[in-house]
Design a protein around this ligand. Structure first.
Ligand SMILES: [Zn+2]
Length: 187
């Protein structure tokens, strides 16, 4: 999120990083009207959708990294639940009407202030109609997945884990980040 140069409340250019009274983090504060600029992480919600051992991937048409393949996912909108956002992104990016099965991965990327929440889901209907953010979308068998063109290593790890877990018939929930994390199995 770009740092504002002017106060969005009163238009003053006198913004300074300060610790608000009783707060734990420094914030950009307006010296004229006491507006406090909070910057909080963004949430990306998406789905891993498997059907008959094949996995739904979409090819990005837009930056970052156009041409790479990824799970359908995108930024949550205000007023939306994570589940609704995930299903909406699947619809927009693949034209698939999906239904959530369970959470699958809660993955934090604190370096860029993003949190990915990925659900297991099933496809109810495939229309073949998708939006301009997608070049192509397809169900891939594991051996056909374009492994070298997957958008981000964490997405690759989610796919690899799902393929293993499907063989075992037991699905876990990952919580963590790039450096450390744990797969939780609930009995
Ligand atoms: Zn102000």
């Amino acid at each position: 999120m770009p740092t504002p140069r002017f106060c969005p409340q009163c238009g003053s250019g006198d913004l300074r990083h300060q610790l608000p009274p009783g707060d734990t983090h420094e914030r950009l504060m307006c010296q004229c009207c006491a507006y406090i600029h909070y910057v909080n992480p963004k949430i990306i919600a998406g789905c891993i959708i498997e059907q008959d051992g094949k996995y739904l991937l979409c090819q990005r048409a837009i930056p970052p990294r156009p041409g790479t393949w990824t799970l359908p996912a995108g930024f949550l909108e205000s007023g939306e639940t994570t589940e609704d956002g995930a299903v909406r992104e699947v619809w927009e990016e693949t034209g698939v009407r999906a239904e959530i099965v369970s959470p699958y991965s809660i993955f934090s990327v604190p370096q860029i202030s993003e949190v990915y929440i990925i659900f297991r889901a099933v496809a109810l209907e495939m229309t073949g109609q998708y939006g301009p953010e997608t070049l192509d979308c397809r169900f891939f068998a594991p051996e056909d997945i374009p492994w070298d063109s997957i958008y981000y290593p964490a997405i690759r790890q989610i796919l690899e884990r799902y393929i293993e877990e499907r063989q075992a018939g037991i699905y876990g929930i990952y919580m963590g980040n790039d450096f450390s994390g744990k797969i939780h199995f609930i009995r």
